[in-house]
Design a protein around this ligand. Structure first.
Ligand SMILES: [Zn+2]
Length: 368
């Protein structure tokens, strides 16, 4: 069986691209120089599969036991290769340079960071970067939003002197959960299956997926020596609220009667979140609407909890836009709910993604 890195390398080489595979892990970077002068645009496709063994009914299912594409990164690779193919065939009229970054280890939030640390941006220097992710929205739709598209994700760690009973721990973590949690009245933004719902999903101005703080109801607890550790994940939509979280937790602990026991409260996971460049997002929306009509491009009003993408590391260095691409088709019983058992994608979204972002890249390259 040929390795994915080898397949992509071969495919891009056959198209005449310059190919680099020495940056990080299974990553591949393809460089396409147009014959005419112009901008430099990068397109990122993540590559990794998941350690799953869910039943899979497709005829191209994984041949490796315990590993499968349960998040649609195979779709991402197919779209990137399609865009590369069309642009390579039109190299003579192409302005500028297009970089195709095939990035490993998105799932673990390691790949993008490592590629940058290993000097990716000394080998290529894009002016702008774009990428996408398949989601449970209907096929044919592309969803985008300026600035944050996901919630900020943190993991909190509380250290206490280890003299609380299990009941006291439960009572305290319940208090933290109930005092910090924030959501629109009656809404449950952690119910991710509703992101595609026309009334309360991301594409509705009345979305339940805005202005919330979700915090795990069940904290994980463990102890070492004389210290009790309590940990929980949290998801906050508003960057300005992040700095209030630690003081608020400390206050709940102190008011709850554990001032003496409190040792520290800290964030132990601080991944950056995807932040779309406002100007480039506006340009992308305008371009896609002009070419494909208003039906396909959906304005996003919310921030999806739980998901995030290490594309954020590229955006810290290069202005860029990250899109969500619909892959579900309920009439056909296809639900592209990432990581869920039964995850499936309507392959029509390869065409939607391919042609839309091919158009966008061309339009950007031709901009002064
Ligand atoms: Zn993914």
């Amino acid at each position: 069986m040929k390795h994915i890195q080898e397949i992509i390398k071969q495919y891009l080489s056959n198209l005449g691209l310059q190919v680099k595979t020495d940056i990080y892990g299974y990553g591949v970077v393809g460089i396409l120089n147009g014959d005419k002068k112009g901008k430099k645009i990068a397109w990122r496709a993540d590559m990794d599969a998941l350690p799953n063994d869910f039943p899979d009914k497709v005829d191209f299912k994984s041949k490796v036991k315990g590993v499968q594409h349960g998040c649609g990164h195979d779709i991402h690779m197919a779209i990137a290769l399609g865009i590369a193919e069309v642009l390579a065939k039109n190299k003579k009229s192409l302005h500028g340079t297009v970089y195709f970054i095939f990035q490993p280890e998105e799932e673990t939030f390691v790949g993008a960071k490592k590629m940058i640390e290993n000097g990716l941006l000394s080998k290529i220097n894009p002016d702008e970067i774009y990428g996408l992710h398949v989601t449970a929205l209907p096929v044919g739709q592309i969803l985008v939003k300026k600035n944050e598209i996901f919630a900020y994700q943190k993991r909190i760690r509380i250290e206490l002197k280890n003299d609380l009973s299990n009941e006291e721990i439960k009572e305290l973590t319940n208090k933290i959960h109930s005092s910090l949690s924030r959501a629109q009245i009656g809404s449950k933004p952690w119910e991710i299956q509703y992101i595609g719902d026309p009334k309360i999903g991301l594409a509705s101005p009345n979305t339940i997926f805005k202005d919330y703080l979700i915090i795990d109801e069940d904290f994980s607890s463990y102890s070492g020596n004389d210290t009790l550790f309590l940990e929980a994940n949290l998801y906050e939509t508003d960057a300005a609220n992040l700095r209030k979280i630690i003081p608020q937790i400390k206050q709940v602990i102190e008011v709850g009667g554990y001032r003496e026991q409190l040792l520290s409260v800290s964030f132990i996971m601080e991944n950056p979140t995807v932040i779309n460049d406002p100007e480039l997002t506006d340009f992308a929306v305008k371009t896609l609407e002009n070419i494909y009509g208003k039906g396909g491009l959906i304005k996003d009003y919310g921030q999806c909890p739980f998901f995030n993408d290490d594309f954020a590391y590229f955006q810290q260095k290069i202005p860029g836009v990250y899109f969500l691409l619909g892959g579900s088709n309920l009439e056909k019983g296809i639900v592209a709910l990432n990581h869920a058992p039964g995850f499936e994608v309507d392959e029509e979204c390869i065409r939607t993604g391919g042609k839309s972002f091919l158009s966008l890249i061309l339009k950007r390259l031709n901009e002064k």
